[in-house]
Ligand binder design. Structure first.
Ligand code: PLP
Length: 437
């Protein structure tokens, strides 16, 4: 029997033989193997425990294996595992209703997709259909997904080898620490970033622009909480020029920022909202577009040219219903806000005071980032080799981190306890201390 029991080694060997990985050269990969999880903890095949400070790809907001969500998926599987999108199904209707209950006033329909990227694809398509216009403006500091238009709307380096969708234009979104506008205050950064966006709109021809697409809080780009007034200013530009405003809440939504949707922090109402990840913590793949009444009504008589075989998949819908109910019953969004305010924000400020290598800390709720620099004066990003050593040292101490470029993103599940959050910060403190020495 023992010979058949999977080990880290055997599971990794099978993976390396046959599984082709995302965003990677395949030759030098050495993946971690995971067998099971519970809340913020994960176990590998050799029984070693990890504290998950990544929420995987920042999606397991409700933690691993929440029993109520697992039970709901099982119950739906017993009743009906799949049904075409053209048919009405109770789980699908209820999931849409529960999502709309968390959206701002004035939204009344949900289009379901399989994930975040195809939510972006369909939101862009809706904006083009409604406006009869073509161009999509999005931020350089962004990630919107790996498919056709979504990857070209993306601002980061992954766009460049994939630029085969047309009509995309980029602009710089605000970030005072690495200001493109020589700003010395948040107000200046905000006002100059809005002026820059106005100039891009004017220069591209407002009559050609279908959509302005932005993450409410750019996530993968570094948890770049926008300055007060920026998103309201973007809303005003969209209104002035008749452009559809799409806010991407795929990463920031459903608890991550300590609010149901991150747009609540900024007092702004877009025309379309994209979501995925936290809506059901990825227990079954799902995403979608929350549609304002105005845009939904456009399609009362006009055909919508878009669709997916698994749009509104019953297992995913059952997982959404149970996730959103459980997040409300167990005050999970409040927990995310509370952990942010009482543990992560003050704890990260303490780390910054202790470690020269930290250039900036920022974030809200359980959505934070630590910006590591080679030199505080020049703000030069810490190099990849050093980041690799830091990541290895965190893993060695049982912390599964989310490391992007020169940053450690501090993104545990929204169910994280104060004790777990403190423990994760203590591990980071220890590793950065050893790094400096
Ligand atoms: N939009 C945002 C803001 C994201 O963070 C992501 C994924 O990280 C996506 C879209 C793409 O989602 P998916 O990977 O589910 O296609």
């Amino acid at each position: 029997h023992n010979n058949d029991r999977p080990t880290n080694q055997s599971v990794k060997a099978l993976d390396r033989a046959h599984v082709f990985h995302s965003w990677s050269a395949q030759g030098a990969l050495d993946p971690l193997a995971f067998k099971s999880g519970k809340g913020c903890r994960l176990w590998d095949y050799d029984g070693r425990e990890y504290l998950d400070f990544s929420s995987q790809l920042v999606n397991t907001n409700i933690g691993h294996q929440h029993p109520k969500v697992v039970a709901a998926i099982k119950a739906q599987a017993e009743e009906l595992t799949t049904i075409a999108p053209a048919h009405a199904n109770l789980a699908r209707g209820r999931a849409a209703e529960k999502i709309l209950a968390r959206a701002p006033a004035g939204f009344d329909k949900v289009f379901f997709t399989n994930a975040g990227a195809d939510a972006i694809e369909h939101a862009i398509r809706m904006a083009r259909a409604v406006t009869g216009r073509d161009k999509v403006l999005s931020a350089y500091r962004s990630y919107h997904g790996g498919t056709g238009a979504a990857v070209v709307a993306t601002g980061d380096f992954r766009r460049i080898p994939n630029e085969f969708a047309r009509g995309h234009v980029h602009f710089f979104n605000p970030w005072r620490y690495r200001s493109e506008f020589h700003a010395t205050s948040d107000e200046e950064e905000c006002q100059r970033a809005l002026h820059h966006l106005r100039r891009v709109i004017e220069s591209e021809g407002p009559g050609n622009i279908a959509a302005l697409l932005l993450e409410s809080i750019p996530g993968t780009a570094g948890v770049l909480v926008p300055p007060r007034g920026y998103l309201k200013g973007v809303r005003a530009l969209a209104d002035e020029f008749g452009i559809v405003l799409i806010l991407d809440e795929v990463m920031s939504g459903f608890g991550r920022s300590g609010a149901w949707l991150a747009l609540e922090h900024f007092d702004v109402t877009p025309d379309l909202i994209t979501f995925a990840k936290g809506v059901n913590s990825g227990y079954v793949p799902a995403g979608g577009v929350i549609i304002s009444e105005r845009i939904a009504h456009h399609f009362d008589d006009e055909m919508f040219y878009g669709g997916l075989t698994y749009s509104g998949h019953p297992l995913a819908m059952a997982a959404i219903c149970a996730t959103l109910d459980t997040m409300a019953e167990e005050n999970i969004v409040d927990n995310a806000a509370h952990i942010g305010d009482t543990v992560l924000t003050p704890g990260l400020a303490r780390l910054q005071a202790r470690h020269e290598v930290i250039g900036e800390v920022r974030g809200l709720g359980v959505f934070h980032a630590i910006e590591l620099v080679a030199d505080r004066q020049s703000r030069a990003p810490l190099d990849a080799a050093a980041m690799g050593r830091i990541k290895a040292a965190l893993l060695e101490r049982g912390l599964l981190p989310f490391v992007v470029a020169n940053r450690i993103h501090v993104v545990p599940p929204c169910v994280v306890t104060a004790e777990e959050a403190e423990r994760g910060l203590a591990i980071i403190d220890e590793v950065l201390g050893a790094f400096a020495g």
